[in-house]
Design a protein around this ligand. Structure first.
Ligand SMILES: O=P(O)(O)OC[C@H]1O[C@@H](O)[C@H](O)[C@@H](O)[C@@H]1O
Length: 246
């Protein structure tokens, strides 16, 4: 049923890019922040400015990961090491923390200004599984999960959330480690073998595979179906409503 293997009793949904059209918001904010930083870095080091690619760099290094992990991962890919910094860093400090905070300020500004759109096919699917009595949780690396769900009007669809704030509080390793999804299944009272994972990020499908969930559904929004399969998706769809027809 619902395109899922027999025995699945619950669904663990990533949020950005699966339920809400916020992956592009994050990608735009990462690009704006990193390009400003990369210009400064190029001037300081006398090296060429190579901008952040909002599709390729976003998908490979940043998507699905907790904010500071995303910052570190992209900097590492460019061979740049910055100090970790602290919450008291000035806004323009060249630290992992200050860069991450700048990106977050941009994301929150866009969400507060423009609101949040959902994917209609995902909402149809969510309603169908809810009406059939399947358990439902959101498992998102974003520390802005509550804000985004509220702006999208999706707060009431889920029985549990595991987000970037919980991950920090509970010392859960971020995706691609399976810990956040395992915590989501546990919050619903399910074994991994009874839960399906829905993910658009490479780090996210890898987390689903590592957690040995009943099924990992890759949601391809950017033409990376093969990469989603290689990283751990059992099925790839471009819209969750396709699963209602299976
Ligand atoms: O910065 P936030 O809102 O805590 O989100 C962290 C990450 O959350 C993930 O859901 C997104 O795929 C990433 O793009 C984002 O960077």
């Amino acid at each position: 049923m619902f395109g899922l293997p027999r025995g699945v009793r619950g669904c663990l949904f990533d949020m950005d890019g699966v339920l809400t059209r916020t992956a592009t918001v994050h990608a735009a904010a990462w690009k704006s922040m990193f390009d400003e930083f990369l210009r400064t870095w190029a001037d300081r080091t006398g090296t060429p400015f190579v901008p952040f690619d909002a599709v390729a760099d976003y998908d490979q290094y940043v998507d699905g990961k907790q904010r500071m992990d995303g910052t570190r991962s992209f900097l590492q890919a460019r061979g740049i090491t910055l100090p970790e910094g602290s919450p008291d860093d000035p806004d323009d400090a060249l630290t992992v923390r200050a860069l991450s905070d700048r990106k977050n300020a941009l994301v929150q500004e866009i969400i507060d200004r423009d609101g949040v759109e959902t994917f209609p096919g995902s909402i149809r699917y969510l309603r169908a599984v809810r009406d059939a009595g399947l358990r439902r949780a959101v498992v998102s690396s974003s520390a802005n999960t509550a804000r985004v769900l509220a702006a999208a009007g999706l707060g009431d669809y889920f029985e549990a959330h595991v987000d970037g704030v919980d991950a920090r509080r509970l010392h859960l390793a971020g995706k691609p480690a399976p810990d956040m999804y395992l915590a989501g299944a546990q919050a619903l009272g399910l074994e991994p073998s009874e839960a399906a994972v829905f993910e658009d990020a490479l780090a996210g499908v890898a987390a689903g595979r590592a957690g040995r969930f009943a099924c990992v559904v890759g949601v391809d929004r950017t033409g990376q179906a093969d990469a989603l399969r290689e990283h751990g998706a059992d099925i790839v769809v471009s819209d969750l409503a396709e699963l209602l027809e299976r």
